[in-house]
Design a protein around this ligand. Sequence first.
Ligand code: HEM
Length: 580
Amino acid sequence: MLLQQWWQLFNSTDVFNPLTLVPLLLTISFLFKLLRTWKLNLPPSPPKLPIIGNIHQVGKLPHRSFRALSEKYGPLMLLHMGQTPTLVVSSAEIGKEIMVAHDVFVERPQIRVAHTLFCGCTDIAFSAYGDYWRQAKKICVLELLTQKRVRMFQLVREQEVSRMVENVRQCCHNGSEIVVCEMLETIANNIISRSVLGRVYEREDGNKGFEELSRKAMDLLGSFCFEDLFLNLGWIDVLTGLASELERVSNELHAFLDQVIEDHLAMMNEDGDDDDTSENKDFVDILLRLQLDGKLDISLTQDNLKAIILDMFIGGTDTIAATLEWTMAELVKNPSIMKKAQEEVRTVVGKKQTISEIDVNEMHYLKCVVKETLRLHAPVMVSRQNSKATKLEGYDIPPKTTVLVNTWAIQRDPKLWDKAEEFIPDRFLNSQVDFRGQHIQYTPFGAGRRGCPGITFAVAGAEYVLANLLYWFDWKLPDSRRCEDLDMSDYYAIVIRKKEFNVDFYGDQMAVHVPFSLEVQAEARLLVFSHMNLFSPAIGDPISILTQDMFIGHYVLTSGNLRGICANRYNPWNRKSYQN
Ligand code: HEM
C-alpha cells in the first residue's frame, strides 16, 4: 500500500525538471559522502565553521598557527581548509612516517598556480609521482646538482661574492648603511641565475627582469586561491584578478624562458662544443646537451625544460636568501657567537686575499652556525599528498589529503631540543646530527624520495657567502639600536622569511662598522680599512685608507704609517703622508 502511494508520488513528480533534479543529486551525493566518512576514524580536528572550515583559525603565519593548534589537538590533526582536508603533522616520528616510511605520501597537492606556471606541473617539485617525476629527478640529482657540478660553480660563487664584497666596501666608503636583506637576496638570485641560466638577466633600465618575474611567481604561489580550497568556486579567482595576473606572469615567464633556450641553442650551434664538463656550462646548457645527445631516458619537450629550469630557480633563490638573512640576523643579535665564528674564519683564511672552498671546509663552527639557523628557521614546510586511502597512527586518512609536516615546529620542539628556542650553534659541534634526512628531528630539506636535491648546492653557496661577510667586515646595528632589540619576527610567503624585507629603507638595516677609525681633523674622519685582521691589523697587511667621502688608496701597513695614523699626524687630504 505504502509502496503504491510512493510510486504514484514519484510518477506524478517531474524528476527530470532541473529544479528538482539538482537538489536531489546534491542531497544524494552529500548522503553518500556522509556515509563514506561516517565510519572513518579521522584524526582530531578543531571545531570548524560551515563552508570555510578551519581557515579562520590559520593566520598569516601558518607555521605558528599550526603549532598553537597542535598543542591543543595533538601532533596529528585534521584541518579543513575550505573543502580541502589538510593533515598537519607536528611530531618527528609521524613526520618520518610521512616522508620516509610510508610509500603513499609521495604526491604533492596540485595547486592551480603551480599547474599554470610549471606547464601542467611537469617540473620536479609539483610533478605527480610516477615515471616522469622519477626521470626528471634523476636528471636533477645525477646531472645538475651533483657534488662535481656544485664544485664547478665555485667560480660563479667567487665572482658574485667578490662583487658583493666590493659593493659593501663602497657603502663603507660612502658611510652609508646597508639593507642586508636586499643585499642577500641579490647574491642568492645572482648565484642561482648564473648557475641555471648562465647570466644575470637585467632589463635595459638596469632592473633585474627575471628576478622581478620570478618574485611575482613566488608571490602567486603563496596567494589565496579559491579553486584550490573550494570545489566549484574557481570563478572567484577571476573576480579577484588572480586568474588574469597568473596568466600574465606565466606568459611573460614562458616567453622569457623560450628566449633563453633559443639563445643557448644558438650559442651551442656557434661553438659546436659538446663537452658538458666545461666550467662555463649552466643548467640550461647541460639539459639541452643531454637532450640533443639522446642521453636522456625520456624526451623532454620545451615546456618540460622550462618547468624544470623554473623549478631550480624558484626552489633555490628564496630558500638560500632566507637562510642567509636569518643567519646574519642571529649573528648580529648574538655578538659572542658572531665573534667566535669570525675568529674561526679569520684564523683559517689567514692573510690570503681570497677564501677557497678548502678553507670553508675547515670552518667547522661556521658550518654549525648555518645548521643552527636551518634548525631554528627552517624555511619550508614539507607539503605532500597521499595517493590512496591509508592508516596513520590508527587513524584513517582519506585519499588526496594534503599533508603538511611542520618542520619549523618539530625543530623547535623542547622534547627534542635542549633550549629549543635559543640560537646555540655549539649544539652541533661533535654531533652526528645533520640535515640529509637521516635524523627525524632535523629535516629542513625534507627527507625520503621527495627530499630536496639542492642540499649541497644551497649549503655551499650559503657557507661561502657567510665566510666572506665575516672575513671582510665587522657588523653591527646602526648606533642607536641594541642587538637585543633586533626584530626577529617572520612573514610567510611559501618560504618563512625574516620580516621587514619589503619595507624599503625602513627595514632592519645594519651598518658596516669599519673597525679602525680615527679622528684626524675636525672636519674629516679617517677610516683605515684593513683587509686582514680587522681588529688589529699587523705590519705587512694590505690596508685601504678612506675618508668618509673619498678613497685615498691601497697601502701596506708599515710601522711608520701605523705610528702616523695612531698619532693623528696624517692629513687625509695629503696622499703623500700614507706612502709606504
Ligand atoms: C636552504 C635552501 C633550501 C631548503 C631549506 C630547501 C628545502 C626543501 C624542502 C623542505 C623540500 C621538500 C622536501 C620533501 O618533500 O621531503 C624541497 C624540495 C625541492 N627542492 Fe629544495 N631547498 C633548498 C634549496 C634548493 C635548491 C638550491 C634547489 C635547486 C637548485 C632546490 C630544489 C628542490 C626541488 C627540485 C625539490 C622537489 C623535490 C621533489 O619533489 O622530488 N632546493 N626543498
